[in-house]
Write a protein that binds this ligand. Structure first.
Ligand code: AMP
Ligand code: MG
Length: 469
């Protein structure tokens, strides 16, 4: 078989062997390409033209040149409770080194059982895999750090859930799949040497600039905190709700990962939660920043033995990093919200002005995305708008002058739930055109689009998402 641009390496397998198991994908009977990301393939140095016609590779039925498939071990706090997990339905083919010298994991999700499958079947259904494809590509276009999607392929096998569904495999691309949960695992089941190997590996892969520092493990925590503070602030500013922020779904790279029950909110309300399994609202919109801190605290706990031999001292230092996560988060959020309001300068009263706006938006059930995009034209916002105009005036600007800046920070098009559902339903019936037009609008989220800016009709509110596993 020709090389097709593959340049796979396997640095992860240099870790102690508790961190992974060799596992060849089982292969599938009738692989059929549903969607292939030509642009992304090209950027990765892959021969897109040829690969688009080899669904066998993107189901694990054939291995690409140089693949050494493994399943990774990890644990995680799921809704607060520690559990042993691991890649139960995903297999890593290797790390593709791009022409620019960047390293990315190529992972097949839904390609069959692994040693970590527990009672699961290792499979995935078409709609949830397409959903991850759509949302991840939308996140990327919105400028939010994220894993990417290279392909979705039908397997020709049924997957039994509440209904019998068509099986599919998603090819996911990530800077790495090292999670807070990978450290939860190392800390619970590994030796101190194992933990240190993982930390060193993670530093060399993601933060080489801190490698030579004598406090490098503390700096590893600091970097992870910095990236999450940036990521979660971006979620809050686009109304994105991850839905299942367990520690195993938080990547140390700072990329958003695992698009299960996630969704973007239409009407603004801080309590919004879509996931059918999140009855207590642990992962509601308003809780995301605090859950970020909670997860990072678990990460800090795992790192304590490496941070300082004196554990009390280590704990105190680590707490300082969590405090700076909060400071950074607030700073990112406030900077970002100012930009959304068209403000270029800072005034101490800005936080109050923003809080007042959000209260009014929730009281009057206003659409999150459109309210910002329309520059607060809703009648209910008129008294607030007056204050905003005065605030702009102090920058010698009118709302019209702020328009250009605001249009760069307030997307018009987000993957609204009713649109995503419509695309998935059509795709399940074999019509991919609905999804392709949605994807093409999502590629340019800051451009107007008559069709995709419309919020759902009232009946469509009360949307629920499912893990879809
Ligand atoms: P997720 O909810 O996708 O983050 O998955 C949580 C854990 O459950 C991970 O360890 C997955 O590998 C595992 N898992 C999810 N679905 C399946 C499945 N169908 N078969 C085996 N393992 C699964
Ligand atoms: Mg997960």
């Amino acid at each position: 078989m020709s090389i097709k641009g593959w340049s796979l390496e396997h640095t992860y397998t240099q870790l102690p062997d508790i961190f992974y198991r060799h596992q060849r994908p089982a292969g599938v009977p009738a692989p059929e390409m549903v969607i292939f990301n030509h642009k992304l393939a090209g950027e990765f140095g892959l021969n897109a033209g040829e690969l688009a016609d080899t669904p066998e590779i993107f189901t694990g039925t054939e291995l690409p040149a140089g693949a050494t498939p493994i399943a990774q071990a990890y644990a995680g706090y799921q809704f607060g409770h520690f559990t042993m997990l691991g890649d139960g339905r995903a297999i890593l083919l290797g790390e593709q080194v791009t022409p620019g010298g960047h390293r990315f994991d190529i992972q097949l999700k839904g390609c069959g059982r692994t040693p970590y499958s527990r009672r699961g079947d290792g499979l995935a259904a078409l709609a949830p895999m397409l959903r991850e494809y759509i949302i991840s590509e939308a996140m990327f276009a919105l400028g939010i750090p994220t894993t990417r999607s290279l392909a979705v392929v039908l397997t020709g096998e049924d997957v039994v859930r509440e209904r019998v569904l068509k099986g599919a495999v998603l090819t996911r691309i990530a800077s790495s799949h090292i999670r807070v949960g990978t450290f939860d695992f190392a800390s619970a089941y590994g030796s101190k040497e194992d933990l240190q190997s993982l930390a060193d590996y993670c530093i060399s892969r993601h933060f080489p600039q801190i490698q030579a520092d004598e406090n490098k493990y503390l700096l590893l925590l600091r970097e992870a905190c910095r990236l999450q503070a940036a990521l979660i602030a971006k979620w809050q500013m686009t109304g994105f709700i991850h839905g299942v922020m367990n520690t195993d779904n938080m990547a140390i790279s700072g990329e958003a990962i695992d698009y299960g029950p996630c969704a973007f909110m239409d009407v603004y309300h801080p309590d919004t939660v879509f996931s059918s399994i999140d009855a207590s609202g642990r992962y509601a919109y308003k809780n995301q920043p605090a859950i970020g801190a909670w997860n990072l605290s678990r990460f800090a706990e795992s790192l304590l033995p490496l941070i300082d031999a004196e554990q009390d001292k280590a704990a105190e230092t680590a707490q300082g990093e969590i405090a700076s996560y909060w400071a950074r988060y607030h700073e990112n959020w406030l900077d970002g919200m100012r930009a959304k309001l068209g403000l270029a300068t800072e005034e101490p009263e800005d936080a109050g002005l923003i809080a007042e706006l959000l209260n009014l938006m929730s009281e009057h059930k206003l659409d999150f995305t459109n309210t910002f995009r329309a520059r607060f034209e809703a009648a209910e916002l008129e008294p607030w708008r007056e204050k905003w105009r005065e605030r702009l005036g102090r920058e010698h600007k009118t709302p019209g002058d702020a328009a250009q800046m605001m249009d760069r920070h307030n997307p018009a098009v987000i993957p609204r739930n009713h649109r995503v559902e419509e695309a998935l339903t059509a795709a399940e019936e074999g019509d991919l055109s609905v999804m392709h037009s949605l994807l093409s609008a999502l590629q340019n989220p800051y451009e107007e689009s008559e069709t995709y800016v419309r919020p759902p009709a009232k009946e469509a509110c009360g949307y629920k998402t499912f893990c879809g596993t």
